[in-house]
Design a protein around this ligand. Structure first.
Ligand SMILES: Cc1ncc(COP(=O)(O)O)c(C=O)c1O
Length: 370
């Protein structure tokens, strides 16, 4: 029987040589490989303010800090995401204000964001769920009217575009995850892209305890004054070496995801009990996951597993967790989205035969059970 997985690590053999060389070079911390990786990423994103970090979660944490979010401040965000999107808000001692989402796309709803802004709102986080860009311009316009910073959680959206420009250029802060199963991995890692240079420079200090690593030193000690506390969020040369090699493959990887997405967009139309998520015409999804809505979703998951196809809800609404319970509110569209959403394999490893088999099985399920 076929076995089609939902996620797969892309690790080219070609990384071996450079990785071994750095591993035994005597220098494995943050050094020249990190610089080289950041330069290459700057070219890729056409944004010079790129910070490499040890995870995407650290990227969000750093973005909130750079947005000066503090104790008691409010951050508007979506619960329909990985818990990593929202944990950093709690780490800052700030309060979560959930905004509702579009019941079909699962993306945060700008109208609900606007309703939830108060004097205490310091930042808004939007998540490009599955790689489909949110309504970025609308959200930024609302935010900037009120002097609020915006953060894109683009963990799913490496290589996605919005209005003809790569995601990574539209908001105050954009975070990418380079964790194991993302489009591109550095084993673990993350990026924070800043729109303004001041934030970038401050971020560069804060990712390394607030220490200016570029300042001239006589010897090992840190002689420059540390102006404010920082974190240990930086990337190391081992992860950067993996990233440099991965970057050579990224266009191909993203294009394969998109090709499979376009196939499903065509082939899954008009199936009883199945709803395809329409993709906005002004953007390009990077299709990290491909989400559909289907009736009898839980039974569908079990049935597809029996056919050798792994499908999953991938993310659980965050507001169900005890850690977030004090922020609970009514979110009717999250209820709707969450009741029927499920993701099917779409990645670079899904062959033409695989995707045809997946569509055939969805049709069979619909005919038999819906
Ligand atoms: C939407 C989303 N945000 C944030 C993260 C956190 O990224 P990282 O695992 O690199 O910390 C992830 C995933 O892993 C994610 O899927």
């Amino acid at each position: 029987m076929k076995k089609i997985v939902l996620f797969k690590v892309h690790m080219p053999k070609s990384v071996d040589e450079s990785l071994l060389e750095v591993l035994h070079s005597g220098f494995i911390g943050q050094g020249p490989k990190v610089d080289e990786f950041e330069n290459k990423l700057s070219n890729y994103f056409e944004n010079k303010n790129v910070l490499t970090l040890n995870s995407g979660t650290s990227g969000l944490h750093l973005a909130l800090r750079l947005a000066n979010v503090g104790c008691g401040d409010e951050v508007i965000t979506t619960p329909m995401t990985c818990t990593a999107t929202n944990m950093p808000i709690l780490a800052m001692g700030a309060k979560i204000v959930w905004a509702d989402i579009d019941p079909i796309t699962g993306l945060i709803d700008p109208n609900d964001i606007e309703k939830k802004i108060t004097d205490k709102t310091k930042a808004i986080i939007m998540v490009h769920f599955g790689g489909i860009p949110c309504k970025i311009d609308e959200i930024n316009e609302i935010a900037h009217k009120h002097g609020i910073k915006t953060i894109e959680d683009a963990a799913h959206a490496f290589g996605a575009e919005y209005k003809g420009k790569k995601i990574g250029n539209h908001s105050d802060f954009v975070m990418f995850s380079l964790q194991a199963i993302k489009h591109m991995t550095t084993i673990d890692g993350g990026l924070l892209l800043c729109q303004n240079e001041e934030d970038y420079k401050r971020g560069k200090l804060l990712r390394w305890y607030g220490i200016d690593r570029e300042a001239k030193r006589k010897e090992f000690r840190c002689e420059e004054d540390i102006l404010e506390y920082g974190y240990k969020f930086h990337m190391n040369d081992i992860c950067a070496t993996v990233g440099i090699e991965q970057l050579k493959y990224i266009d191909n990887i993203v294009n394969k995801h998109i090709d499979n997405q376009q196939f499903y967009d065509r082939e899954l139309q008009g199936i009883k009990g199945v709803r395809v998520i329409p993709k906005p015409s002004n953007s390009k999804s990077s299709s990290w996951i491909y989400t559909i809505h289907i009736e009898k979703r839980d039974f569908f998951q079990t049935w597809m597993a029996q056919q050798g196809i792994m499908v999953s809800r991938v993310h659980e609404r965050n507001d169900k967790h005890t850690a977030f319970k004090e922020f609970k509110t009514s979110l009717p569209n999250v209820d709707k989205f969450n009741a029927t959403q499920v993701s099917i394999p779409v990645g670079w490893w899904v062959s033409e035969d695989d995707r045809a088999y997946i569509v055939a099985k969805i049709k069979e399920f619909s005919e038999k059970y819906l």
